[in-house]
Design a protein around this ligand. Sequence first.
Ligand code: MN
Ligand code: MN
Length: 320
Amino acid sequence: MFMHNKRLQYTVRVAEPNPKLATMLLEQFGGADGELSAAMRYFTQGLSEEDPGRKDLLLDIATEELSHLEIIGSIVAMLNKGAKAQLTEQQKAETELYQMVGASGTSIKESILFGGGASLMDSAGVPWTAAYVDSRSEPTVDLRSNIAAEARAKIVYERLIGITDDPGIKEALGFLMTREIAHQKSFEKALYSIENNFPSGKLPGIEPYTDMYVNTSQGEGDMSGPWNSGEQWNVVNDLNEVLPADAGGDGTASVKLGAADGAAMQEMMLRLKSDPNSQPFTGADLGAGPGAGKVTDEDEGGATDIHTATSVGAKLAPAK
Ligand code: MN
Ligand code: MN
């Protein structure tokens, strides 16, 4: 069960209202790398985790991310307090309120639809979606994704810290950013606590493809590094030499069809057969004018020849 503690995990001190900054901070409230995404990611992973250590870790971090959601949402609410009151009580003239919604930089959706409240959308007004959670129920896959998610959350906080000079907000965002660093470290430890964590899953890779580096982009700019050179890698520069990669194959695609499917396929191919020897006169030829390039012309005898488009167009143009 969840219990709620009325104190925030970190004190929120906002110097003054700033709806534009609130809109930017929504990125970490209802955005792809935001706190709700993080909380739901680890909560759902934790529910179906079998390993007691990882289950505990995931539910600990999921619950902390909900506490971060509370912090970032509280900052948004403080920054929007004035705008929310003005939109609600409408003590200013229409033109002033109109200016406030536009000039503050607050998204119009945030003001008009959500009334300045903390709403689960990103900084561009896109509603939060469960599609941000990419769990696959395999710890060596999900932990890697979690490590990347923490790295992304860290960098988004870093950018938000860089655009505000409010010391209280800077401090709270610094705390949130730092907690993502700690989470990344825990997830890395959890990943490497699984003895064989690479490759993911149960099936081994197939030799020799695991050590093959395919140099498919060739020419000036070709570079060597530890990612493609040295004893670990078998570099393939002559692509024709390894095409197809399966030594005994011919590189074609095939399937065995049953009698009924085969008959239908034959009929379809026959009906849609193209005649490579035809020289059809088409609508493009008929309407061709300057700039149409070479076109086919059909004379009175039914024979065809090729013209540049201007000669055909000239025929159709009214006499001057
Ligand atoms: Mn967080
Ligand atoms: Mn985190």
